[in-house]
Design a protein around this ligand. Structure first.
Ligand code: HEC
Ligand code: HEC
Length: 98
């Protein structure tokens, strides 16, 4: 059987869909970014400069020798895809942490 362009597209699509589903499901259960003093700066950058800028701030503490992620931690690029700020809808802490 000859592989048609549509077949190849299909085989690319499957892993993409699986990855999206996986990201969506991890998002719901993953521990949120705490609203403590350590995280005020990154949460501020998150609002003003966006996710990528915030993730650079994350790495200034996490992943360094002082504060390594656990051995079983999933692939760590794009922190805030998985770790959302503590209160949904707000990141400044004026609402209760759920
Ligand atoms: C693919 C999803 C994903 C990404 C991306 C991700 N994490 Fe995690 N993280 C998790 C999961 C799952 C856990 C396990 C704890 C839980 O939520 O049950 C975890 C746990 C942690 C913990 C708790 C301690 C530990 O190591 O288990 C910290 C701190 C943490 N992540 C920080 C980060 C930082 C900083 C980044 C970006 C550099 C990041 N994470 C990116 C999913 C993710
Ligand atoms: C100023 C240093 C610093 C920065 C910047 C920082 N963190 Fe942390 N983070 C800590 C420390 C210290 C802890 C452990 C104590 C605690 O829970 O507050 C921690 C804990 C965590 C935890 C685990 C909370 C729990 O309940 O176990 C997560 C998740 C996390 N950080 C994610 C992030 C993400 C995502 C970013 C970037 C948006 C980030 N942190 C930026 C210092 C920092």
């Amino acid at each position: 059987m000859k592989l048609r362009r549509a077949d190849i597209a299909f085989f690319i699509l499957i892993p993409v869909v699986v990855l999206c589903l996986w990201l969506l499901t991890t998002e719901q259960t993953t521990v949120r970014i705490p609203l403590d003093d350590d995280h005020q700066e990154s949460l501020q950058v998150y609002t003003t400069d966006g996710k990528k800028a915030a993730e650079r701030v994350c790495r200034s503490c996490h992943g360094a020798e002082a504060l390594p992620l656990s051995d079983g931690h999933p692939p760590e690029y794009r922190c805030v895809f998985c770790h959302k700020p503590s209160s949904p809808g707000t990141i400044t802490g004026e609402k209760d942490i759920p």
